[in-house]
Design a protein around this ligand. Structure first.
Ligand SMILES: CCCCCCCCCCCCC/C=C/[C@@H](O)[C@@H](N)CO[C@@H]1O[C@H](CO)[C@@H](O)[C@H](O)[C@H]1O
Length: 498
């Protein structure tokens, strides 16, 4: 079309599908507070924050956090302000089962989640419930936690209770949030509770028990609840993109090994046609284990029966995606504990300085990041239904409410998601991390991810919409990413019908 002698750039409006689910996400320990309220039991994060306060950057705890335990109606109002289709939150296992076992149900804890779910459904906001987001009951950790072979039974009992109590209204279930962080950081390392730091076997033994627990819960849901409740059950895996630094065969292979270490060991047994551990890392760990004097591989094998039991245990693949890294076979290597999973794969990781850094050391703004991760998973696992269950940008507490960099990040990530959809990825929804500022684990309140700012100094934990909340609201409403949209002011409102 020619206007005034030049070709007018028609805005090519790309739309998200009309049934695409937009939401936001949080987790229990990071937002609820009420750490010992109304019969709740101690979790491993209560224990860490209370006894290893020196390991938390600002010596803070999640004892109160954003006090969602008392402010959940304000949180639902914020979901309405954003016009969300869904909200992803997690259940605190020890709020429902204080000692972790099914013998002692805390009805007050069940009531809290019933109230939250009912408040959301009052306004047609779908609950997307994560059964486990890192806060294991301490009493179960005292028995070994994820290292105990009985863990899958403990977890199945807990999941079954959740299906019984909430499954009439909850139709989207996530068994675990980020097996990597649970196992590699919590049992194979020190950066997450319970800080077991068994670098040689922690990641692998935790990983096998977690995967078996996931499969038991999934099969219990499909057999005993899905026929009447008609919901879906999946798992959320942290899938950041790890691509080759150069197009050499060595770097391609190195990138594949790092992907296997970061998320392939959790995804392959569930989503691949072959089942079991990824072949390459399994062979490497078996070989190195024998060389290091272990009688068997540090990566405990699945029996053929276990492999079959785990395979195909999903209705969707939940993807937490934030950033990308470039992998080298020979350069940018750092020392890792020996033995450990990263020493096993023995590759280097690099991020170009041009990729804008966030407040989180691990999070930079990488090009085509969502597209690269999702199209790789599509090809590898035959395009299962995907939900992006987390994606977001961090800033420091003093950053202004006019968070223009976060807006650049969200628009880039959502455009990359549209690119993936156009490439054929079966992407069903997107959850922004996070609805509001929350406890960023061992970084406490020094890191902020919220679309809403939280004043952690105020008694009522005042929530205030950042500019990114208005931008996200507009995308949710129009299903279009308008690069020129600017809110008229910073006063939030609820659209009719929400
Ligand atoms: C100069 C050094 C260059 C190399 C960089 C070092 C190598 C990095 C290796 C990759 C590590 C990636 C780990 C990142 C994991 C995150 O995606 C994951 N932990 C995010 O967790 C979820 O996100 C929220 C924000 O952190 C969190 O609050 C939530 O609870 C988690 O579900």
């Amino acid at each position: 079309m020619l206007i005034g002698g030049c070709l007018a750039q028609q805005k090519q409006e790309r739309h998200f599908p009309s049934d695409f689910i937009f939401g936001a996400a949080t987790s229990a320990y990071q937002v609820e507070g009420g750490w010992n309220a109304d019969g709740k039991g101690e979790s491993i994060w209560d224990r860490l924050a209370h006894t290893k306060i020196q390991d938390v950057l600002d010596q803070s705890t999640g004892d109160i956090a954003a006090d969602t335990y008392n402010n959940y109606k304000r949180d639902v109002e914020m979901m309405r302000e954003l016009g969300l289709d869904a909200y992803r939150f997690s259940l605190a296992w020890s709020r429902i089962l204080p000692d972790g076992t099914i013998n002692n149900i805390n009805e007050a804890g069940v009531t809290f989640y019933n109230n939250l779910i009912d408040e959301m459904l009052k306004y047609n906001i779908k609950p997307l419930v994560t059964l486990y987001h890192w806060d294991l009951p301490q009493k179960l950790q005292d028995l070994g936690g994820f290292m105990n072979p009985l863990f899958p039974e403990w977890y199945e009992d807990y999941a079954r209770l959740a299906f019984e109590r909430f499954g009439d209204r909850v139709k989207l279930w996530i068994t675990f949030n980020e097996p990597r962080e649970i196992c590699y950081e919590g049992y194979g390392g020190y950066t997450k509770a319970p800080q077991v730091n068994r670098t040689d076997i922690g990641t692998y033994h935790c990983g096998k028990n977690l995967i078996l627990a996931h499969a038991k819960a999934y099969r219990t849901y499909v057999t005993h609840f899905k026929p009447t409740q008609n919901g879906e059950c999946g798992i959320t895996i942290s899938v950041n993109w790890f691509g080759p630094l150069t197009d050499s065969k060595e770097d391609e292979y190195a990138a594949e090994l790092r992907r296997q270490a970061e998320w392939g060991i959790y995804a392959e047994p569930i989503f691949s046609e072959e089942g079991g551990w990824p072949k390459e890392i399994s062979e490497i760990v078996a070989k190195k284990s024998i060389e290091q004097g272990y009688k068997t591989s540090r990566l405990p094998e699945f029996t053929n029966e276990e492999k079959k039991f785990v395979q195909g245990t999903y209705d969707f693949f939940g993807v937490n995606h934030y950033s990308s890294y470039l992998v080298s076979a020979n350069e940018h290597k750092v020392d890792h504990p020996v033995p450990s999973i990263l020493a096993d794969v023995d590759v280097g990781v690099y991020r170009p300085p041009a990729w804008m850094p966030s407040a989180s050391t691990w999070l930079v703004m990488a090009p085509n990041s969502v597209y690269n991760a999702l199209t790789h998973l599509m090809r590898k696992y035959n395009n299962p239904p995907f939900y992006i269950t987390e994606n977001g940008w961090s800033e420091h507490p003093e950053a202004p409410l006019i968070d223009n960099v976060r807006i650049i990040y969200y628009r880039a990530a959502l455009n990359s998601a549209l690119d993936a959809i156009e490439a054929g990825v079966n992407l069903k929804g997107y959850m922004a991390w996070s609805l509001l500022d929350n406890y960023e684990w061992t970084e406490g309140y020094t890191i902020r991810f919220g679309l809403y700012q939280v004043d952690f100094e105020s008694e009522q934990r005042t929530r205030t919409a950042r500019k990114s909340a208005f931008i996200y609201k507009q995308i949710v409403k129009t299903r279009v990413i308008d690069p020129d949209y600017e809110p008229d002011n910073m006063t939030m409102w609820i659209d009719e019908g929400h």
